[in-house]
Design a protein. Structure first.
Length: 375
């Protein structure tokens, strides 16, 4: 486990991972605000369908394109840093991103219009499992390639889906290199020559078309022909995305909370990432307990005897909880990669509702003291 103060300044991409309900969105937003407070140009994107990130940043609605977040409330940040800083937030819209890719990379205007109006495409682009992962990858590449962007912070979906997202480049490459896609991309004459399109299947589709009037066979053929010439571009961008996730200036940050069950989930997630060949750079334990007063402080306080008794009983309960938390952190520290930091984010007394709150969270992010971890 790596020691020292948290330093995310050298990274160009920070991806926050973890199960739902641990404050991953809040940590993502706080890290983005922290980067902007240091004068960097930051984009933060969520692929979580709930708009919590935008709410925490003071934005309304579903911002599917980057929206600028005001940094005026960040104080006492040097004015010079704020002048050069930029913070933008967005929520992924998979279909809108897919449409944008088609507009940019279709081989011709006719192919572009045919794809966008195709019923097969319209359904696949909004409903097919995995499309969100691929489109998040595409959007991430777009943001990271902007010359005026210093840092991209990514708020991923809950743990199981986050693994799917991180694995999306590899799965897309496998799909594009598969025999099925090779055959789909082959010229129609070659398909007919080798009888690769089953005549019985054509007959079934034709009969279905006659009964329903949907003209499904024509839609499938138009969909396949429309994407001819685009497969290489998808494959090339998938390779770039995979390289980006594994780059030295990318940080994978696992977010959890101190409860025993959450720590167990974090351990499982660490193992899954290691199996995938991905390294975690930091683990943030969110909603960690603050430092507790000791009995001497209570005794010295100018309070009534009855109130002191209540405080001592409450302190005993808090000490028991703190000891349990310390044991959990000790368990986590033993399975952490050597290069990773264990960081604590103390719980606020209210839900973060502003850039100011997020700045406080970022400022209070601290390494777990080594002497506080039970071996």
């Amino acid at each position: 486990m790596k020691s020292g103060a948290p330093d995310f300044a050298r990274y160009r991409l920070i991806a926050c991972l973890g199960p739902g309900g641990v404050g991953k969105t809040t940590v993502s937003a706080a890290l983005a605000v922290s980067g902007a407070a240091r004068g960097r140009s930051v984009d933060v994107m969520t692929v979580d369908p709930a708009p919590r990130l935008l709410d925490a940043l003071g934005l309304d609605g579903n911002a599917s394109e980057p929206r600028t977040v005001s940094l005026k409330a960040l104080r006492p940040v040097p004015a010079a840093a704020i002048r050069h800083a930029r913070l933008r937030a967005l929520k992924l819209d998979p279909k809108e991103t897919f449409d944008s890719i088609v507009r940019q990379h279709a081989p011709s205007a006719a192919a572009r219009d045919a794809i966008l109006s195709n019923r097969i495409y319209r359904n696949l682009s909004s409903a097919l499992a995995g499309v969100g992962d691929y489109m998040a990858m595409e959007k991430l590449l777009e943001l990271a390639s902007q010359p005026d962007t210093d840092l991209v912070v990514l708020d991923t979906p809950p743990a199981a889906e986050a693994l799917d997202f991180l694995d999306a480049p590899r799965r897309l490459l496998e799909l594009l290199n598969s025999r099925a896609v090779t055959l789909l991309g082959a010229p129609a004459g070659l398909l007919r020559q080798f009888r690769l399109v089953d005549l019985a299947a054509r007959a079934v589709l034709s009969a279905f078309d006659r009964v329903t009037g949907l003209n499904l066979l024509a839609d499938v053929q138009a969909f396949v022909s429309g994407f001819e010439g685009m497969y290489e571009g998808f494959a090339e961008r998938a390779k770039r995305a995979d390289a980006l996730l594994r780059a030295g200036d990318t940080a994978l940050v696992l977010v959890t909370t101190p409860e025993t069950g959450r720590i167990a989930q974090a351990q499982e997630f660490l193992q899954a990432l290691q199996k995938a060949g991905l390294q975690v750079n930091a683990i943030v334990v969110n909603r960690a307990m603050p430092a507790l007063p000791d009995a001497k402080e209570i005794a010295a306080a100018k309070l009534s005897a009855a109130l002191k008794r209540k405080l001592r009983r409450n302190l005993a309960d808090q000490v028991a909880l703190k000891e349990r938390e310390t044991r959990s952190l000790g368990v986590l520290s033993r399975v952490m990669p050597a290069q990773a930091q264990l960081l604590l984010s103390p719980e606020l007394d209210h839900e973060p509702r502003s850039v100011t709150d997020l700045g406080v969270i970022a400022a209070n992010l601290r390494p777990a003291p080594r002497n506080s971890l039970v071996p």
